[in-house]
Write a protein of this length. Structure first.
Length: 250
């Protein structure tokens, strides 16, 4: 058997080190008995990369309600609103609760009036629109109320009869305006009526009744709306501006 000298053994060790270094890049140098040779760097076992944390999304700001835009109030919210109502008189309570009793139940009908105490059985039946001045004039539609007819029907529920209602509330928006007085913004109460425009000079008009208040104090209005097709409850927006109190409720 051939015996290796120390020099030969050192040379073989250096060769083995070079082969093991391969393409790994930088190596460290060490001294051996055969001179300076290089040693492959010791590398750690690869570890699984930690996932890059997802950036925390910025919270989406809640949309700010524009008080100038009228907003429909639906049943769940309406129940919360009316649960806070406190009435100062029985007349006020009857007017408001009568208005609320027709929510979503009666259609808009141009010229529609009713002096029926309770739910009028004629509502919903096909009637021809005979009052002039509306695009629906001459059409046959489910009978209901117009905006002023809705307010006067609420007065009928006080049980004082058609003649009293006609004299103290009125059958049209002009009569209802003249049977009421201005209310300051800080003194709006349940049962007050509110108009879109002022008289005299209004070419178009709409009227509703205050049936509650939002938590911020803004009034909530029930009205029979031609746009929505019947009795709805909404915020006031820029639609209802002129608040008034019927004289018999002062």
């Amino acid at each position: 058997m051939k015996r290796f000298t120390k020099a030969a053994a050192a040379a073989m060790l250096a060769l083995a080190a070079l082969l093991s270094a391969g393409c790994s890049g930088k190596t460290d140098s060490i001294e051996t008995g055969a001179g300076v040779v290089t040693q492959a760097p010791v590398t750690a076992e690869p570890t699984e990369a930690l996932p890059t944390p997802e950036p925390t999304p910025e919270p989406t700001p809640e949309p700010t309600e524009d008080p100038s835009v009228i907003r429909l109030i639906y049943e769940a919210e309406l129940n919360e609103i009316t649960a806070r109502n406190e009435y100062s008189s029985e007349t006020q309570r009857i007017m408001v609760e009568s208005a609320l009793s027709l929510y979503g139940k009666v259609s808009y009908f141009w010229g529609g009036k009713s002096y029926y105490k309770g739910f009028d059985p004629e509502w919903g039946k096909p009637y021809k629109v005979t009052s002039a001045g509306d695009p629906t004039t001459g059409e046959t539609l489910p009978y209901g109320l117009d905006c002023s007819g809705y307010i006067s029907w609420c007065g009928v529920q006080l049980g004082k009869g058609a003649k009293w209602t006609s004299s103290n509330i009125g059958e049209g928006t002009w009569h209802q305006w003249s049977n009421s007085v201005d209310v300051e913004a800080g003194d709006i109460r349940l049962g007050d009526i509110v108009f879109q425009n002022s008289y005299p000079g209004a070419e178009t008009q709409h009227v509703g009744i205050v049936v509650g208040f939002l938590e911020n104090g803004d009034p909530v209005i029930a009205h029979c709306s031609c746009t929505e097709g019947g009795v709805v409850v909404t915020t006031a927006g820029d639609t209802f501006i002129f608040y008034r109190r019927l004289k018999f409720m002062i």
